[in-house]
Design a protein. Structure first.
Length: 552
């Protein structure tokens, strides 16, 4: 396409006045000024009207046309290269033989139609590639879905939790209050039944919807750390409101040694589970190694369960008793210190948590700033105590009733892609749900879950559970996983992985989508942000499913 010419042209300017020519200067100057203030500005106004009304839209269309042509050229080049590679690989291909185990990527020609096909998954093959409907064999003379890009289909629903909003079609399942990071990076309380995304404490970036397990937070009185009736204080002085805390207010306590004698500061609580998880925020005060000793002692069993020190400058943990303690830098310079104790506990035992000082001789004046001391019967993924009493919290989770939104899941077959952060997933022996689809009565039909640190997908038949498919996803980082479901066909894959297959048996109508911890589903627990859930209206082939997650 070409641009339309302007409908107007400027009038010719008069002669330029010359200061050396006294006789003509005045007349020429008058003519020049008259031209500038009348014909020339008339032309400028007309030109601007033409540009805004005609040229700008044409330029925009021209730019879009150029970009489209560039994209087409790139796509054609990619397809041509893929076709060339496919043709080269197909040259000299041998015949497919039933009952043979093939490696992923090999090319064979069908004995029935003499066309070549590429194996996308590998394994034992008993179905003629020309008759294959599972998506395992694709034409070797065409570029694969991965070479071209995403499959040609639009999603029926995009739930982007990391966009800072929770889709109002979801219902929050949590029946108690919780705490979260707001957009300012500070901690705030969220009422029961309110679904809000979490934000990163340092970058302030929205990280998605954080689903967490049901837990009971024991009585550590973390908002009354100066109260001697709750906290045992041996040669220490506790000063409230001594520093800015993680909530952005003066909420941190100063824990300071008063003499060089035996110094300790601790709080006792009764164990409610065989595994307990201690968490606090601590920041450097007088020195990197001052007031930096933390320990957990079981007085009932007379056993030291955990003992560690932290370097407040580096966050390095030195643990002499127990394992698994970590320190992650939080806002306002605080270290989030987590201490798991998963052995040596019987329910009802008295556990003493030593904070800062654990009984050794110290130097007067040594101190640190402590806040949010907490102990729970489940891993403390993100809880920040807001009261001094025992605080039970129900499971976090979102549910979406598909009876009112029937267009989201295609009853003839569908595909679901989920992106989530696995960095905070606790390694405990239970199902940590990321997403589950349910049928009538809440029965699960398909799910993505984490079990003992590994990511799995599962299709559940109407009559019996099918085996979990290990997706080998990365737990310590961002994950993208997808599954595609049709009658008697279930495909699942994680980004960078291979497609796993299983039989889904009968496919009942899907009535509900559950994200994270969903009441009514067995063992539904999770502890990390879920970035997005995207639903597609048809079943994908194995190549298309890989393309979805690998291009996400």
């Amino acid at each position: 396409m070409s641009l339309t010419s302007p409908p107007v042209t400027p009038t010719a300017p008069p002669a330029i006045p010359a200061r050396a020519d006294d006789e003509t200067f005045d007349d020429r100057a008058d003519a020049a000024w008259a031209w500038l203030f009348a014909p020339f500005w008339t032309f400028i106004a007309a030109f601007r009207t033409w540009y805004d009304g005609t040229a700008r839209p044409e330029l925009t269309a021209l730019q879009a046309d150029v970009q489209a042509q560039a994209l087409t050229a790139t796509t054609q080049a990619t397809a041509a290269a893929a076709n060339a590679a496919a043709a080269a690989a197909s040259a000299g291909a041998s015949v497919w033989v039933s009952g043979t185990t093939y490696a992923a990527g090999v090319v064979r020609y069908s004995p029935t139609d003499i066309q070549t096909y590429r194996d996308t998954t590998g394994g034992l093959s008993n179905t003629d590639p020309a008759s294959d409907t599972s998506g395992r064999w694709i034409s070797a003379m065409l570029p694969s879905a991965e070479a071209i890009g995403l499959p040609d289909m639009l999603p029926t629903a995009v739930f982007n939790f990391a966009g800072g909003q929770i889709d109002r079609r979801f219902v929050q399942a949590r029946a108690t209050a919780k705490t979260r990071r707001n957009i300012f990076g500070n901690v705030e309380s969220v009422a029961a039944g309110v679904a809000l995304p979490d934000f990163h404490g340092v970058t302030k970036r929205c990280i998605g919807y954080r689903s967490e397990q049901a837990a009971t937070y024991l009585d550590m009185q973390s908002t009354a750390m100066d109260n001697g009736a709750y906290w045992n204080q041996g040669n220490v002085t506790i000063t409230p409101a001594a520093a800015v805390g993680i909530d952005g207010a003066m909420s941190a306590y100063k824990v300071e040694a008063t003499t060089s004698a035996t110094t300790n500061y601790n709080r006792a609580a009764l164990a409610t589970a065989a595994a307990q998880y201690f968490t606090l925020r601590a920041k450097k005060g007088s020195g990197a190694t001052d007031c930096n000793n933390f320990a957990i002692y079981n007085t009932t069993a007379a056993a030291l369960l955990a003992d560690l020190t932290i370097n407040y400058d580096t966050g390095a943990i030195t643990q002499t008793t127990g394992t698994g303690a970590t320190a992650v830098l939080d806002v306002q310079g605080y270290w989030c210190i987590r201490v798991p104790v998963t052995a040596g506990i019987t329910i009802g035992d008295t556990l003493v948590f030593y904070v800062g000082f654990s009984g050794g001789p110290e130097t007067a004046g040594e101190h640190a700033y402590i806040a949010c001391v907490d102990v729970a019967d489940k891993p403390n993924a993100s809880h920040y105590p807001t009261s001094g009493s025992t605080f039970p919290r129900g499971a976090d989770g979102l549910t979406l009733d598909l009876a009112a939104h029937t267009a989201i899941i295609n009853p003839a077959g569908y595909t679901v892609v989920v992106a989530f952060d696995g960095s905070s997933v606790p390694s405990i022996g239970t199902d940590l749900h990321i997403l589950a689809l349910a049928g009538a009565g809440g029965s699960e039909l398909a799910r993505i879950a984490i079990i003992n640190g590994a990511t799995y997908a599962q299709a559940i038949a109407a009559s019996a559970n099918q085996a979990f498919l290990d997706l080998s996803a990365v737990v310590a980082g961002r994950n993208v996983v997808a599954f595609s479901v049709a009658a008697d066909n279930f495909l699942a894959v994680a980004k960078g992985g291979t497609v796993q297959t299983s039989s889904s048996g009968l496919m009942p109508a899907v009535t509900q989508i559950g994200v994270g911890c969903v009441p009514g589903f067995t063992g539904t627990e999770f502890g990390s942000p879920i970035e997005s859930v995207i639903c597609y209206p048809r079943v994908c082939t194995a190549g298309e499913l890989r393309a979805l997650v690998n291009n996400f």
